[in-house]
Design a protein around this ligand. Structure first.
Ligand code: ATP
Ligand code: MG
Length: 412
């Protein structure tokens, strides 16, 4: 029997893993600069955490979760997203009592039972951050700025930042009623999913991707006109500080995120280069989630990017994984001498490679050209004189140096 990876999963290797590692590195550098610290949470949790945290009416909880009973009869779900677990950890580990503001970043696999297609998998990776403890609109702007900086650092620039406010439960209740009566008159023309959304989560009808639904919703009442004074002030503040952070954005009053827990600011970073899977990063404020899951009332905000989708947009990234020096050796007489040289180079943090078994000089030069920036060939002459010819394979230049001179050269 030939074993194959399960539908919607994949191995990540070769160029894909180079890209993956590169993206995570850019994210970590960007996030750490803003005070975020790494957190690793388990990949599975009690199902109830996600039901509560993500919301019963959402696509994720309703049809996308990998849920099973373990051998101890616990109902368990492979995490479909990162926020609920981090909030659980924030509460469980009492961060609230020990620090005013908590900043976490994470990356790892997420699991959703969706129809696999380009940019959409059943096991995929997210990298994201969460900040608990402040309701300042400056933080909202800084979080969006951080998301933007991360993608900019990856050289991904042809993107659009969309922002909106979904208000607080107070203003949203009012809007929901107005929206429901608007939808009610058009219900027959909407898709089946939207008919269900109308009952459970009418705001979600606003961002249905079906063309006929889009058309019907064109004249729908504008959420932003129903914001209460506090929510309005907050949204104005976010926009003002985004301008100050010099982050380009567009207000999209249709933008409502798929997860229930958002309040006030929501945002997405989109591209038109990935077809239907155009959202590469998404997030928002969730001022009621921590309390909802059993903690104190603490305001928070976060986002997650899809690593595979970022990877698809990555073009010229710095991918020079080559060794500094390939040390070729001619025959058994110089083998030990060569290994002493290699040891010295490595002790000085120079990235070196060599052959374990004797190979022809031609074969060694061929390999060097593929995986190294420079080459040294060691024969009996080099062993006697202690002078090594260091050849730069890019510039095709060569100079004769002692081992110490080589070490100094690379130290610079
Ligand atoms: P979509 O509308 O594409 O289904 P979503 O609203 O479900 O996305 P979030 O839950 O906000 O997405 O997740 C944040 C990001 O994670 C998305 O913007 C996307 O880049 C990525 N993502 C979500 N689901 C998948 C998936 N099944 N495969 C790959 N990436 C995904
Ligand atoms: Mg989805």
């Amino acid at each position: 029997m030939i074993h194959k990876a399960i539908r919607g999963t994949k191995d990540i290797y070769g160029e894909s893993i180079d890209k993956f590692d590169y993206i995570i590195k850019q994210a970590e550098e960007t996030f750490k600069d803003k005070g975020y610290r790494h957190i690793i949470t388990p990949t599975f949790e009690h199902t109830s955490l996600f039901q509560r945290g993500i919301g019963e009416g959402t696509d994720i909880v309703e049809k996308e979760m990998y849920t099973f009973y373990d051998r101890g009869d616990r109902q368990i779900t492979l995490r479909p997203e990162g926020t609920a677990s981090i909030v659980r950890s924030y509460i469980e580990n009492n961060f609230f009592a020990t620090e005013e503001i908590s900043k976490f970043y994470y990356y790892g696999p997420m699991f959703r039972y969706e129809r696999p297609q380009t940019g959409r998998y059943r096991e995929f990776y997210q990298v994201g951050l969460e900040c608990m403890g402040s309701n300042s609109y400056i933080l909202d702007a800084e979080v969006i700025y951080t998301a933007f900086s991360f993608l900019k650092k990856c050289n991904i620039v042809d993107i659009e930042i969309l922002i909106n406010s979904v208000g607080c439960p107070k203003c949203r209740t009012k809007y929901r009623e107005v929206l429901k009566s608007y939808i009610k008159e058009r219900l027959d023309n909407l898709c089946n999913d939207c008919k269900v959304r109308y009952e459970k989560n009418p705001l979600r009808v606003l961002d249905c991707k079906v063309d006929s639904c889009k058309k019907e919703m064109k004249e729908a009442p504008n959420l932003l006109e129903y914001l209460c004074d506090d929510c309005n002030t907050h949204f104005e503040g976010v926009k003002k500080y985004l301008d100050m952070f010099e982050v380009p954005y567009k207000v999209d009053n249709r933008l409502v995120r798929g997860l229930d827990y958002y309040t006030n600011t929501v945002f997405e970073i989109v591209t038109d280069r990935l077809g239907a899977q155009g959202t590469i990063l998404a997030g928002g404020r969730y001022n009621n989630l921590i309390e909802e899951i059993g903690g104190k009332s603490v305001p928070a905000i976060g986002f997650a990017a899809g690593v595979e989708r970022v990877s698809m947009l990555l073009e010229n990234f710095d991918n020079d994984n080559r060794f500094d020096i390939y040390v070729a050796w001619m025959d058994e007489d110089v083998k030990e001498y060569t290994f002493n040289i290699i040891n010295k180079l490595r002790q000085n943090n120079i990235k070196v490679t060599f052959e374990y078994e004797k190979k022809s000089v031609k074969a060694q030069m061929k390999k060097a050209a593929i995986n190294s920036k420079n080459v040294i060939i060691i024969g009996s002459e080099e062993k006697e004189s202690g002078l090594l010819a260091l050849k730069d394979l890019d510039k095709r230049e060569q100079e004769k140096l002692t081992i110490n001179e080589i070490i100094n050269k690379f130290r610079k």
